[in-house]
Design a binder for this molecule. Structure first.
Ligand code: PMP
Length: 465
């Protein structure tokens, strides 16, 4: 790994914050509130630790934004970018041209993804990948002479990005409310979230119930109008919701029954996060398309794309004619060179097996013990994703009033104690870098415990319990 001298010394924290508030509109942010409070300025990072401009060391239990799978400071990725920038910083793939890194990455992705995937369409982000999905599945059915198959079914509280199509496929009501979404012919079913929706059903029975909501929706829309179903194997931004094991096999059965394309959004679950290369392998589905981003380069440089299954690739290649879609940076040589180095490193460090056989089971055991904490209603993990559901009453599965924002109280304690853990409502979530070791899991768990205790004391002091 590399050690970089910090550039923070250039300006004081206050000066960074003032310039930030004056000019930088942050994503998913209340601009006025942030300007008042001031951003935290992250200056450098190594392994699983970030440093801020005040000299604090912070354990990054979110891998940046679910992306820094190989951890920070990996020299192999930096060198790959530098080499490629010198050799050829850019060339496009529009003019019947390609570059060696983009071809090699396409080849390597065909190797590490499930066997039905032999072709890739590159983008620069997960959102662009999902936009590509919308256009590609509609194009597929059109070429097959079924242009009426337009409808794509997603899920409430699913997340598929922030472009018009990505936000439409997703089921975040706050996003739909801004900008007149969803776009036409996208509809949603309820999520497989047992803790909130399972009632008296066992997890397994509820998994089947939740999957059958898809069949009900297909029948309501009319099977001849449905193009595809899209879901994250494990919902990430929705709160690390691990579905019952019965869910995905039943979803697969239903898609097969009606001939509907199955899209697995692997933007978070891909590249080892769940203990297999891809989340679909963990949950037991056979998708026709997969969206990827984030972990493909460990976030060192933007890259995303769509793995296109042979069922679709064959039709588009043999009968399709021109597909009128693409981006300037589709197959960007520097991004692809970094991805090659990143996937090489994941292999060299055996990170997928490290998650599956070592730190994943260890994290699961530690999280299971957390469930004894008075504030914790349930914990879930899958590989190196984990959720801690904060509740008012464990036995009754009773939540706090959402207006109290107990999750944000907990997140405040985390940020104050050198831990980045995210709050989705009252669900505290983690997805640490895959290079995390057992002693580092211990260190993370000690911080999580401390923050839960501080939150409990806080909640009691405010009279919310
Ligand atoms: N799909 C999923 C499952 C995601 O988690 C995300 C980002 N968190 C996206 C798509 C969008 O990716 P991006 O932010 O790179 O556009």
């Amino acid at each position: 790994t590399i050690q970089q001298p910090s550039r923070a010394a250039k300006r004081s924290t206050k000066e960074w914050q003032q310039a930030d508030a004056a000019h930088f509109l942050h994503p998913f942010t209340d601009f006025a509130a942030l300007a008042k409070k001031g951003s935290r300025i992250i200056t450098d990072a190594n392994n699983i630790y970030l440093h801020d401009s005040d000299g604090n060391k912070i354990l990054d239990a979110m891998s940046g934004l679910w992306c820094v799978n190989v951890g920070y400071g990996q020299k192999a990725l930096v060198d790959a970018a530098a080499r490629q920038m010198q050799e050829l910083p850019f060339y496009n793939a529009f003019f019947q041209t390609a570059t060696p890194p983009s071809i090699e990455l396409a080849e390597l992705l065909a190797e590490v993804t499930p066997p039905q995937f032999q072709h890739v369409f590159f983008t620069s982000s997960g959102s662009e990948g999902n936009d590509t999905i919308v256009r590609m599945v509609r194009r597929y059915w059109d070429v097959l002479g079924q242009p009426e198959r337009q409808v794509i079914i997603g899920r409430h509280n699913g997340y598929h990005g922030s472009t018009m199509a990505g936000a439409s496929l997703g089921g975040m009501s706050g996003m739909h409310a801004q900008g007149g979404l969803p776009i036409p012919n996208i509809t949603h079913i309820e999520q497989p979230h047992w803790f909130e929706l399972g009632g008296d059903q066992s997890r397994e029975d509820f998994g089947l119930t939740a999957a059958r909501w898809l069949e009900e929706k297909i029948l309501a829309v009319g099977p001849e109008r449905v193009a595809a179903f899209i879901g994250e194997p494990i919902q990430g931004a929705g709160g690390v919701i691990v579905p019952p094991t019965t869910y995905w096999p039943e979803i697969q059965r239903i898609c097969d029954k009606y001939g509907i394309l199955l899209v697995s959004d692997e933007v978070i679950c891909g590249f080892g996060r769940t203990g297999e290369w891809f989340g679909c392998e963990t949950v037991g589905s056979r998708p026709d398309l997969m969206t990827f981003a984030k972990g493909v380069t460990s976030g060192y440089i933007p890259l995303g794309g769509v793995m296109v299954g042979e069922r679709i690739a064959k039709v588009l290649i043999e009968q399709g004619g021109e597909f009128n879609h693409g981006f300037t940076y589709s197959g960007h040589p520097v991004a692809c060179a970094v991805a090659l180095a990143n996937i090489g490193l994941i292999r060299q460090l055996n990170l997928v097996s490290h998650v599956k056989h070592n730190v994943g089971p260890y994290l699961a055991q530690q999280f299971a013990e957390l469930a004894e904490h008075p504030l914790v209603g349930e914990t879930q993990t899958c590989g190196l994703m984990g959720a801690v559901q904060l509740v008012k009453d464990k036995a009754k599965r009773q939540m706090f009033d959402s207006a109290l924002e107990v999750g944000m109280v907990c997140r405040g304690h985390c940020f104050g104690n050198g831990l980045i853990m995210r709050a989705v409502g009252d669900r505290m979530i983690i997805a640490p870098p895959l290079v995390i070791t057992r002693p580092q899991v211990d260190e993370m768990m000690a911080l999580i415990r401390r923050c839960l205790d501080l939150t409990l004391a806080d909640v009691q002091a405010r009279g919310w319990l």
